[in-house]
Design a protein around this ligand. Structure first.
Ligand SMILES: Nc1ncnc2c1ncn2[C@@H]1O[C@H](COP(=O)(O)OP(=O)(O)OP(=O)(O)O)[C@@H](O)[C@H]1O
Ligand code: SF4
Ligand SMILES: [Mg+2]
Length: 355
């Protein structure tokens, strides 16, 4: 098992908010069949930090995000590892072991997730107002009156730059895509979670709407100090919003470091190829032209480095030896630079990566 941080150091009151250790996530695909979509992922996220998860389609970003909050579909399961979370009352819990009722309190109050498909997250027959009322009542009981909830909902909508008078009375389909996405962010922040996971929250939106939502998210993070995991195909957004970046490939975290390390000193040939393949205007890495072929199926990974079949730098030992995520430069607060490449030292000194 590979760890970016000291695996024996339990998170303390001053330590990580989230400590993911050796996590595997699988999906049942038949009576006795299971595919492991996320393998041995470890990282720490400190209070207020933001981390971007990047990588090609199918590399396990959404699966990991869902697994962290136990929001996987019925066929999915976190099958190994620990997801340690420091709750608001200071208690350290493993999200994997939370009982149903505790899990319900944990979600929204402590950690919330915003998905890409905003429309699917709403009940189409309920007005936006009812979504806020339901969320507060389900997670706070009767602590606030209806009037207080609506007051707070209006405040939250103003926070994401929406006009509450217009939005609260509307149905989800009456809002534009950007307004729906902002509304979901407002809902996710309703109970002041310490962690917000956003899964490509702006991918379906036009570039100006995308820009203004991202700017607002950055401001909100400054104001409210929540930690964030930002899943994206867009390296430009990652650079803008994240303190650090984790690159995923075929279910594994293959490089992690500060945003500066990743963009200026990438040490894994895959991260390097992603960065070099970004077209200057859109910043979208869906089709990395410099990378031939596609990632291997998570059900049939090669025995050595999963990237070997596409790696221009592969040598014989890459086919047989699986690289571990080794720390290259140690930094405090989960910011260490680590890469899973057998040749990262020699390739870096050859100048394969940009500095
Ligand atoms: N419900 C499911 N049942 C079986 N396999 C699944 C399921 N959901 C995802 N997978 C598989 O798990 C792997 C990771 O998928 P995931 O959706 O997490 O990737 P992703 O990085 O979020 O991709 P994208 O960028 O396209 O959103 C893929 O091989 C995918 O086929
Ligand atoms: S271990 Fe080998 S195949 Fe894998 S990324 Fe490094 S050089 Fe390429
Ligand atoms: Mg996804």
């Amino acid at each position: 098992m590979s760890h970016v941080t000291d695996p024996t150091a339990a998170p303390t009151a001053e330590g990580p908010l989230l400590s993911v250790r050796g996590v595997d996530v699988g999906y049942r695909t038949g009576r006795r069949k299971q595919v492991t979509a996320v393998r041995d992922v470890s990282f720490d996220l400190y209070p207020g930090q933001s981390m971007a998860l990047v990588g090609e389609s199918g590399c396990g970003k959404t699966t990991l995000g869902l697994g962290l909050l136990r929001l996987l579909p019925r066929t999915g399961v976190v099958s190994a590892g620990e997801v340690l979370f420091r709750r608001k009352d200071g208690r350290l819990v493993d999200v994997r072991t939370l009982a149903r009722e505790d899990l319900r309190r944990f979600r929204w109050n402590e950690a919330a997730m915003v998905f890409q498909g905003a429309m699917n997250a709403f009940n189409p027959v309920l007005r936006v107002r009812d979504h806020f009322l339901d969320t507060f009542r389900a997670h706070e009981g009767g602590r606030r009156s209806r009037a207080r909830i609506l007051e707070r909902s209006a405040e939250l909508l103003r926070m994401v730059r929406l006009d509450p008078a217009r939005v609260l009375d509307g149905f989800p389909h009456e809002l534009s895509g950007g307004m729906r996405q902002r509304t979901l962010i407002a809902l996710a922040l309703a109970l002041e979670p310490q962690l917000l996971i956003l899964d490509e929250p702006t991918t379906a939106l036009d570039i100006l709407t995308q820009r203004s939502i991202v700017e607002r998210l950055a401001e909100l993070r400054e104001e409210l100090r929540f930690a964030m995991v930002f899943i994206t195909h867009d390296l430009g957004l990652a650079a803008e919003l994240a303190d650090r970046v984790g690159t995923m490939y075929a279910g594994r975290m293959i490089e992690t470091g500060t945003t500066r390390d990743i963009f200026h000193r990438a040490r894994h040939p895959y991260t390097s190829a992603l960065i070099n393949s970004v077209p200057p205007v859109t910043g979208d890495l869906r089709v990395p032209e410099s990378l031939p072929g596609g990632p291997p199926s998570v059900g049939a990974l090669p025995p050595g480095c999963s990237f070997a079949p596409r790696c221009a730098r592969a040598v014989d030992r890459c086919e047989s030896t699986r690289p571990t995520l080794d720390v290259l430069r140690s930094r405090p607060e989960g910011m260490s630079h680590a890469a899973a490449c057998l040749r990262s030292h020699e390739l870096f000194s050859e100048g394969v990566t940009r500095d």
